[in-house]
Design a protein around this ligand. Sequence first.
Ligand code: HEM
Length: 183
Amino acid sequence: MNMEVIEKYRITTVNIGFLLISTLFVSIGLMHLFFERKKEKKEEVRISLTPEDVKNVKESWAKAEPHAALAADIFYEKLFRDEEVKALFPEDMTDQKERLMKVLSMVVGSIEDISTLIPKLQHLGKIHYEKKVKEKQYDWVGNCLLETLIDALTKEVMTDAVVDSWLKTYAILAQTMKGDLYK
Ligand code: HEM
């Protein structure tokens, strides 16, 4: 072998070595990003309710529940201010109003251990995803729900602390329903 061939062979070997090492580093980097992202996703769901939140939500819901039909009317009137959201729903809303109130009662009823509802809520979230509900529309629903509770129960019952407890409860609800569907 002459010197030129040996030199070419050496350069090729060095280049392949560099390529392999770079690939290894890039792969390690990507794996690191992947696992960090997974960790972030898990941490997002850790909102917890204090005993005070549980008490606030239970007591205020007990006052709203006897007027559930009226509350549902107010809620959907508020919700349908957004035409895009309105278009997702059927003309006859009788059943839908009942179903929503039932789910809310179920959530409040199990609020001490909301984790028992995870499978049901995940299933409900999947139904919504398949109906083309957008992620940002969950914020709009939460906003209308809170407005409804304040209108129906007044600021006397819906104090800042009670509103805060409802915001946390809704965030848990919405996050569980959305799960990883929009990621
Ligand atoms: C935590 C929030 C939510 C709760 C608890 C909830 C609750 C429910 C329930 C119980 C149903 C009936 C499901 C069935 O039995 O088939 C339903 C249906 C539906 N929801 Fe929601 N929902 C939530 C968020 C949203 C959002 C963000 C949207 C989008 C604007 C939305 C739009 C719909 C639509 C379009 C239907 C189907 C109506 C029909 O075709 O009859 N929901 N929801």
